[in-house]
Design a protein around this ligand. Structure first.
Ligand code: FAD
Length: 411
């Protein structure tokens, strides 16, 4: 009788855990090994910059599954275990403790990590990033007193969420951003301004079109110096300037990397036994007809599951529309599509921004390329349908709240 196959997943985040789950759901009976370098079993990161920072999360609620869940499915979970090298010829993964794992199929789900800035002072006490549960717990401890001078560098999703949490405790918060508006890359300036106005209305000082030049202090941070020479007193600096894919293992093993591990729409690398999913994967998106790397929770789950099916030889074409959500103060938002500057030529708002509940659409010609719903629920499916189908839409109909969205599908 042939020996059972063994599938190894490197990276015990949501993409890796979802892949392990799908392998079992799809009937794979061989070995499933999930290897993660963090001490924790797989958990969700979105609550870290929201409920965990605000002290509102039940500590157990962030985990994807109980420990018994892995045992019940015969999934071997190795935590605190870093994979250090791949030997593609021998089909082995080396681990930091010197041991090796043999694989028949391998999934790289190593995620991403905060981008480091090469400026003086980032090693001072009081300079933080936010990626892990440990980071979030530590930051919560620092923010909750409400008496800090906090400088957040980077007005992307995580920077804005940290700024919101810090303000909600009453800390003095300054947001430093190189672009003229927050979220410039994912949303462009029009919607970015909405977020700038929101944060200013909550008392956040916004220093935009300026960069981090240095962090200064003796042992611990005392102030931040911007490129334009503004001195910002600080006892806590949070660097939130994006993430970089953890693709070093793949690169060292000779696999193609280019802003992540390059895979096709079935999430396969050029090595037919090796796959990639989640933040680390730069995959060919059949709808956009180009490679994309998506750093969002829904993509981690969707691509983790799709990669597992692909590992089992199923026919897979992963074409999920990028989706993101955020909570800042009383604003809850869902976003679908791609709205980076250059990908649209018009922005249309439906409803009154000052009411707190509205929709924003990004159009290229008469096609919807992205949409955001703020404090408005159950519209994501219909918006994603409009984006995916390429149905021509009338901007006047889009902007008119009395015209039902469903009516737009019929034209
Ligand atoms: C604070 C925060 C808030 C977020 N909020 C949102 C949100 O509101 N909405 C949203 O859509 N997305 C959000 N995201 C993004 C989302 O969490 C990520 O897209 C998602 O976690 C990606 O999952 P992943 O499994 O690909 O990677 P990760 O979650 O990064 O998991 C990868 C794991 O692999 C491990 N690993 C790396 N290298 C090795 C190695 N060599 N050996 C073993 N293990 C290794 C890492 O330690 C990590 O645990 C947020 C992210 C953060 C940090």
């Amino acid at each position: 009788m042939a020996a059972l196959e063994s599938h190894v997943i490197i990276g015990a985040g949501p993409a890796g855990a979802k892949a392990a789950e799908t392998l079992r759901e799809e009937g794979f009976t061989g070995g499933v090994l999930l290897v993660g370098k963090e001490p924790e079993r797989p958990y969700e990161r979105p609550p870290l910059s929201k409920k965990v920072l605000l002290g509102q999360a039940d500590p157990e609620s962030v985990y994807l599954h109980e420990e018994s869940w892995y045992r019940d499915r015969d999934i071997t979970l190795l935590t605190d275990t870093a994979a250090t090298a791949l030997d593609r010829e021998a089909r082995k993964v080396s681990l930091a403790d010197g041991s090796e794992l043999r694989y028949d199929r391998l999934l790289l789900a190593t995620g991403s990590s905060p981008r480091r800035l090469r400026v003086p002072g980032t090693a001072l006490d009081g300079v933080r990033t936010l990626r892990t549960l440990a980071d979030a717990r530590a930051l919560h401890g620092l923010l909750r007193g409400g008496d800090r001078r906090v400088v957040v560098v980077g007005a992307g999703w995580i920077g804005l969420e940290v700024a919101a949490a810090a303000r909600q405790y009453g800390n003095r918060v300054t947001l430093v951003e190189a672009e003229a508006t927050p979220l410039y890359c994912p949303l462009g300036p029009e919607a970015g301004k909405i977020f700038a106005d929101l944060h200013r209305s909550k008392g956040v000082e916004c220093v935009f079109e300026d960069g981090l030049f240095a962090i200064r202090g003796e042992g611990s941070v005392d102030h931040v110096l911007t490129s334009r020479g503004v001195e910002l007193p600080a006892d806590l600096v949070v660097l939130a300037v994006g993430v970089v894919p953890e693709d070093g293992l793949a690169r060292a093993a000779g696999l193609r990397t280019d802003n992540g591990v390059v895979v096709d729409s079935a999430l396969r690398t050029e090595d037919p036994r090796i796959f990639a999913a989640g933040d680390v994967a730069c995959f060919y998106h059949p709808l956009y007809r180009r490679h994309l790397r998506v750093e969002h929770w829904a993509n981690a789950l969707g691509s983790g599951s799709a990669a597992a099916r692909s590992m089992l030889g199923r026919n897979v074409s992963y074409d999920r529309i990028p989706y993101y959500f955020t909570d800042q103060y009383e604003l809850s938002m869902e976003f679908s599509g791609h709205a980076d500057p250059g990908s649209y030529d018009r922005v249309v708002v439906r409803g009154d921004v000052s009411s707190g509940a509205y929709l924003v659409f990004w159009l290229s010609g008469d096609h919807l390329v992205a949409a955001m719903s703020v404090n408005t629920w159950e519209v994501t499916d219909i918006l994603q349908f409009l984006i995916r189908s390429g149905t021509p839409v009338d901007p006047d109909a889009l902007s008119e709240p009395r015209r039902p969205l469903a009516g737009l599908i019929a034209g």
